[in-house]
Design a binder for this molecule. Structure first.
Ligand SMILES: CC(C)(COP(=O)(O)OP(=O)(O)OC[C@H]1O[C@@H](n2cnc3c(N)ncnc32)[C@H](O)[C@@H]1OP(=O)(O)O)[C@@H](O)C(=O)NCCC(=O)NCCS
Length: 146
């Protein structure tokens, strides 16, 4: 890792930068309020939001959780100007290392089937397709964001 890149835990002063990063990486959705998603992960005892930064510039992020059985990752993002420089790999390594400290045996993550480049990215990192259907039920409706 070049010496100026650092992986840190989320700090409040980076909140706007992180949400901006998610927007430019097209990770925000009208039904998810990113501020609430940050608040939720910060209030979770084992959840983490890691950032990769160079000086004070946020270049990437990843949200990690563990439910006692499986680990999960959301909001993995690398600023478009810094993609294909191994930052995504570093963020996933940090996430896996963190989950291992919790004794987490397996990480599951969701990628849209149409998102072939990201599926290829995860494939490079050793992730394989599981033959499962992901079911979901909304329990809290977030305020609409644009
Ligand atoms: C997915 C993402 C985080 C990858 O980050 P990155 O820093 O560019 O990836 P890395 O440089 O660490 O790449 C690691 C490996 O994956 C490969 N890879 C990265 N992006 C790829 C792509 N678009 N297509 C195919 N392979 C890709 C790299 O070539 C590298 O392979 P290597 O083993 O030969 O070195 C980044 O493209 C991104 O932020 N995308 C937008 C947000 C997003 O879709 N997030 C995922 C939500 S599910």
């Amino acid at each position: 890792m070049p010496p100026d890149y650092k992986i840190i835990e989320f700090e409040e002063r980076y909140r706007d930068d992180v949400i901006h990063l998610w927007r430019i990486c097209d990770l925000t959705r009208p039904w998810n309020d990113p501020n609430k998603d940050i608040d939720r992960i910060l209030s979770d005892q084992t959840g983490k939001l890691f950032l990769i930064r160079e000086d004070n510039k946020v270049l990437g992020s990843v949200m990690v959780g563990y439910d006692g059985h499986r680990g999960s990752v959301y909001y993995l993002s690398v600023h478009p100007d810094y993609q294909k420089k191994n930052l995504g790999r570093l963020l996933m390594k940090r996430s896996e290392d963190y989950l291992l400290t919790l004794g987490c045996p397996k990480l599951n993550l969701m990628v849209r089937t149409s998102n072939i480049p990201v599926i290829e990215f995860y494939g490079r990192l050793g992730y394989e397709k599981d033959e499962v259907v992901v079911l979901g039920k909304r329990l809290i409706t977030d305020q609409k964001q644009h």
